[in-house]
Every structure is written in structure tokens, then in C-alpha cells.
Design a protein around this ligand. Structure first.
Ligand SMILES: [Zn+2]
Length: 399
């Protein structure tokens, strides 16, 4: 990797830090010789300076800063602290992730053709509006001219400020969409209409790859269910505390990248799927405080039973038929159920925590290629199961 950002270098003398506190625009890259090195080049070090990455002091606090695009590394040799100010959240994440992988001893593949003097040519965005183009990369803002690109198959909208995807984008035959590092809208209305493009029949049939790394996602939108042919879902470095069980409905999902979230367990339904490659490193599977969103929901149930039952029946009906509706066309009171709905592992009918027992087991993921924390290799991550409370009714419907 090779990029430009602001860097501030301070020397440590005893318990004091020495050096100017301004950030200098620098070219930063990682190289591998007999060891991995973090290199930088700027007006102070015109010939470049290299730091051996094994000399970084591991401090988890430093890493957590990467969510805000600020990264700090303390080196033991030379005793220096390096501060990085990276505008792109996506890039900050890739940088931090690469450094961390190297530090825990992973074999990280480094591009050997990096030339720090040719950075601008490398990084230039493909920004042409040839209406017949099949690929487009835009950095900064969505441009409505995109809507006229009727052959568009790959759309990259990385690091866009306050990205709003117009509904009409769903009419384009896009196979691969990448919105990593882009800022989600903050107003409630903009959030409500954000996923409306998914309701269009064109894109829901063509989309096979969706990348949404580092966008501050706290819940997986249920509209992902409309992307029936989705094969690759990348949601690294977000703030997801759980994956809703509906993710198991994506019948063609092969690659799932959920590193750097706050996951404590996986929905059991995923183990039946077609997943070949999965990345779950840097999550909370080892957590001793078992936060369980389904049990938390169950403990907070307050609604009167009759009214609740009607809503649940309407919701199960919706899940069975799944019309491609815009979020606003579904009563708001039903939205939250998408986070809690799942299939009973025995009768395979839809259920909610109101009607099931929730249990956890540990076993190995079934994917051929799994990237997870070393300590999980003994027994595997935790999986969460839902089973009907009414055993007789369940067995009567058992499949
Ligand atoms: Zn059941």
C-alpha cells in the first residue's frame, strides 16, 4: 500500500515527547524485505525513513483511534511516536488492518511495484462520464450523470461526503457496488430512504458484490434481502453488534467479510449456507460479557399480547412472501422485527424471541477459507440458535 497523508513524528526522551507538533504531508508505504517496514517520505526526510514494524508497541487504544481516521504507532526503536491523519476512513482502516495483521504474524502480501514518486498517477480516480462505460470510480460526491450510464456494471463511490444514493440507481444493471468509507446521512428522513434503490427489480437481480467497509453501520439493513444473487458482502470495520438471522436467506452468499466489528456470535442459519470464504477477525467472540440482542429484546417485551400477536402474524407473512417494498411502505412498527426474526432450527418456520428458546453453541465455521483470531481455532466461534418453545407444534411442522 502507498498513500499520502499528514504525519507528525515525535521523539521520546524519558517521559517527554520532543519535536514540532505540526503534521507534514508525507508519502507513506509498507515494504517487505527480510522484515516488514513502515516507510515515509516528506520534506524532513526527503530520502525516506523506514521503521521496522516488529518494533511497534502493541497498544489496543491506538488501534481504536482508526475509526476516526487518526492512527498512532509507538516504536521502540527508534523511540518515536508517529501520528497519522488520514482523510479517508477507508484508507485509514486498510492501513491499520495491514499493520495489525503484520504485527500478529500474518503473511501480508505487499505490492512490490510501489513507487513513492508516482503516487498521483496511481491514485487518480477514474472520473469520466462516458455514457457507455461499464466501470466508474467516483471519489467525493455522487453525480447524477451516473444515472444515464445504462451499461454500468461496477460502481465505486468511495469516501464520498454525505452519500445519498438516488432510488433510480436501482434501474442500472450494477453487479458490483462499493460505498466504502463514504459518510451515511444523519437526518432521519435521509436514513429512512437510503436503501430505496434496493427495491428496484434491475439491481436486485444483477448485484453480486456489495462493499460497505468503514461506513459506520450499526445495523445491517434488511433490504439486503432483496439482493437475491448477492455473493460477496463486505462490511468490515463497522459498528455491528450482531448479524441478523435474515442473512441466512441469501442463498448464493459465498464471501462474507465482517472483520473489525463487535460481533459476539453468528446466526446459526449461516452454517447451512454456501459460504466459502469468511473473515471474522477482530470481533468480540471471546467476550465474557455475552451481549445477546435476542435475549435483550425478550427481556424488554412490554406490549399487550393480542395486539402484538397480530403484528407478528403480519410480519411472518411479510417474511414468507418478501415483496420488494420500500422501507416506508412497511409500517414502521414492523421494521425492528427484522433484527430479531430468525428460523427455528427444527421446523424452519419464521420465529421471534417471543416464541423461541435461544441457545449458543461453539463449532467450527464451515467455510473453506476462514480468517479468525488464533484463540478461536480450538473450539470455533459462537453460533446462536432459535428453537420453538412449543415443542409439539414445532414437531408437527418439522421438515
Ligand atoms: Zn420450530
Amino acid at each position: 500500500m502507498l498513500f499520502q497523508c499528514g504525519v507528525n513524528v515525535r521523539r521520546i526522551r524519558g517521559d517527554r515527547m520532543i519535536g514540532p507538533d505540526d503534521f507534514i504531508t508525507s508519502t507513506v508505504w509498507i515494504k517487505k524485505e527480510n522484515s516488514y517496514y513502515l516507510c515515509l517520505k516528506n520534506s524532513i526526510y526527503p530520502n525516506g525513513k523506514a521503521y521496522r514494524i516488529t518494533y511497534v508497541t502493541m497498544d489496543p487504544l491506538f488501534f481504536s483511534l482508526c475509526k476516526w481516521s487518526k492512527i498512532v504507532f509507538e516504536f521502540k526503536k527508534p523511540r518515536e511516536i508517529l501520528y497519522f491523519e488520514i482523510e479517508s476512513k477507508r484508507l485509514a482502516y486498510v492501513f491499520c488492518r495491514t499493520m495489525r495483521d503484520i504485527m500478529i504474524g500474518k503473511n501480508v502480501i505487499i505490492d512490490t511495484n510501489q513507487n513513492p514518486d508516482a503516487l498521483h498517477a496511481n491514485n487518480a480516480a477514474i472520473d469520466n462520464f462516458d455514457l457507455n462505460a461499464t466501470e466508474l470510480k467516483v471519489v467525493d460526491n455522487f453525480d447524477n450523470r451516473i444515472l444515464n450510464m445504462k451499461c454500468l456494471s461496477t460502481l465505486v463511490l468511495e469516501d464520498c461526503k454525505s452519500l445519498v444514493l438516488p432510488e433510480e440507481i436501482g434501474h442500472l444493471p450494477i453487479k458490483s457496488l462499493n460505498i466504502s468509507g463514504s459518510e451515511m446521512p444523519t437526518s432521519q428522513h435521509a436514513k429512512d430512504i437510503y436503501w430505496n434503490w434496493t427495491s428496484k427489480p434491475t439491481i436486485s437481480g444483477t448485484l453480486t458484490t456489495l462493499k460497505m467497509d468503514s461506513i459506520g453501520l450499526t445495523r445491517l439493513p434488511f433490504e439486503i434481502l432483496y439482493m437475491k444473487n448477492l455473493q460477496t458482502l463486505s462490511i468490515n470495520n463497522n459498528q455491528l453488534e450482531y448479524l441478523p438471522h435474515f442473512i441466512g436467506e441469501l442463498a448464493y452468499l459465498k464471501n462474507l467479510f465482517v472483520a473489525d466489528n463487535m460481533l459476539v456470535y453468528f446466526p446459526h442459519c449461516l452454517s447451512f449456507g454456501t459460504i466459502a470464504e469468511i473473515d471474522i477477525i477482530y470481533n468480540c467472540f471471546h467476550s465474557t460479557e455475552l451481549y445477546d440482542h435476542l435475549i435483550t429484546y425478550k427481556e424488554n417485551i412490554k406490549e399487550p399480547t393480542d395486539f402484538k400477536l397480530l403484528k407478528h402474524i403480519a410480519f411472518f407473512n411479510l417474511m414468507d412472501n418478501l415483496p420488494q417494498l420500500k422501507r416506508q411502505d412497511i409500517p414502521r412498527s414492523l421494521w425492528e422485527y427484522f433484527n430479531y426474526v430468525g428460523r427455528c432450527t427444527i421446523c424452519w418456520r419464521w420465529t421471534l424471541p417471543d416464541y423461541c428458546n435461544i441457545t449458543c453453541i461453539k463449532f467450527w465455521p464451515l467455510g473453506e477459507k476462514t480468517n479468525m483470531a488464533l484463540h478461536l481455532f480450538d473450539e470455533g466461534p459462537t453460533w446462536q440458535l432459535m428453537n420453538c418453545t412449543d415443542k409439539n407444534d414445532c414437531e408437527a411442522h418439522e421438515k
